[in-house]
Design a protein around this ligand. Structure first.
Ligand SMILES: Nc1ncnc2c1ncn2[C@@H]1O[C@H](COP(=O)(O)OP(=O)(O)O)[C@@H](O)[C@H]1O
Ligand SMILES: [Mg+2]
Length: 363
């Protein structure tokens, strides 16, 4: 009988170990005491939080909190589990290296004989990817709404503007003084028209004309256009273009617009002057890589995620549309736009564009 009991226990222990192994593979697990101090964390917990087990043990669970949730959110959670009830919800956490991850969490209080919790066990799964997708969809909705608005406004303004422009020009006959005023009105009207045109860039449908283009040329035009502007702000634009980068299939105007937007931001990030390095390289994976590196004010890590949001600006006269439009254009070209930045050191914007299909040449 004893032998049988031992065998049963051994089987049970093995089963538990197997279940434990399976849980360990599937879930992020941590155990804390009632004050929230970590007394156990499994391998996956360490992996995702980027802390070692030694660093975690004894630390308060707050070590992985991001500033995202309100104090009220945490209070509610603690109230639930302190009353011996299971809490379920989504946490946005911060890893050791500052990266953000989302977790779907279930926190189970372990109760003593008096029904009071003596430990909390949390089981979580990583939902960072799902959160990113949700965010993209939300952002895409916003962009679509703005596009509609942009298109409506632009058309409502453009037509009357053309009529005014035409009438103003028809006035031109009287005194020199009047003519001067008329010219001024005319040039201001042109300026409004060009702003509206920018706005229309946002709106669908656009007249795009994709062609085989040499990025060296397009980038060259954008740089020489912006050099004049940069010079006035004591900003120097230095170029480093590799030879024979592949030809890309793109809309020249749109890509030029992207380069101008990025250069404009770089100039505006250096109110006391500095250098912008513009590099053009062959990218083994993607075709071409264009990198703009400035020595400007930089962007705080937690704000980088806001950059693609329409109307997000830190400038008095900013529109907050430049990066959004640029990102949209680059993505329409199957390219990528990424930003790295260090506060008070500078910012690097990298754009990749896929190489065009090889052009058929006559034998
Ligand atoms: N090179 C850069 N250096 C520092 N901050 C930048 C840079 N590029 C963009 N930003 C930040 O991103 C924000 C949004 O840029 P953008 O979409 O071009 O709109 P705007 O330039 O009108 O503000 C800027 O207000 C700024 O805070
Ligand atoms: Mg801008």
């Amino acid at each position: 009988l004893l032998k049988e009991t031992i065998l049963n226990i051994q089987t049970a222990v093995k089963q538990l170990a197997d279940i434990n192994f399976a849980l360990d593979e599937a879930l992020i697990v941590a155990i804390t005491d009632v004050r929230g101090n970590i007394i156990f964390a499994n391998r996956k917990f360490c992996e995702i939080s980027k802390y070692t087990l030694q660093e975690l043990i004894g630390q308060n669970h707050r070590i992985i909190s991001s500033e995202f949730h309100t104090a009220e959110f945490y209070r509610k959670m603690y109230r639930t589990i302190a009353h011996g009830k299971v809490w379920r919800g989504e946490f946005k956490n911060k890893a050791k290296d500052g990266s953000i991850y989302w977790m779907d969490s279930t926190i189970v209080p372990l109760l003593n004989e008096q029904g009071k919790p003596y430990q909390y066990v949390s089981f979580r799964i990583d939902i960072t990817e799902r959160k990113k997708t949700e965010d993209l969809i939300r952002r895409a909705d916003k962009v679509a709404a703005i596009e509609q608005l942009a298109s409506a406004i632009a058309h409502e303004i453009r037509n009357p503007l053309a009529a005014i422009q035409w009438s103003v020009q028809a006035l031109e006959t009287r005194s020199a003084e009047d003519n001067e005023r008329i010219r001024l009105i005319s040039s201001e009207l042109e300026r409004i028209d060009s702003i509206v045109e920018q706005f229309l860039l946002l709106a669908k449908p656009q007249t795009v004309s994709f062609q085989h283009n040499d990025v060296t040329v397009v980038l060259g035009i954008a740089v020489s256009l912006m050099r004049i502007h940069a010079g006035k702000k004591s900003v120097r634009i230095v170029t480093k273009f590799e030879n024979d980068v592949p030809i890309v299939w793109c809309d020249q105007n749109q890509i030029e617009q992207v380069f101008i937007n990025i250069l404009k931001n770089a100039i505006e990030a250096m109110p006391n002057g500095g250098n912008i390095l513009v590099q053009l390289e062959r990218d083994p994976k993607r075709g071409v890589l264009i990198r703009f590196t400035d020595e400007g004010v930089g962007i705080p890590g937690e704000l980088i995620a806001n950059l693609g949001n329409p109307f997000y600006t830190t400038k008095k006269k900013g529109s907050g549309l430049g990066l959004m439009v640029s990102d949209k254009i680059v993505r329409a070209h199957q390219g990528t736009l990424s930003i790295r930045s260090e506060l008070n050191k500078g910012t690097a914007v990298e754009i990749t564009l896929p190489a065009a299909e090889p052009i058929e040449t006559m034998p």
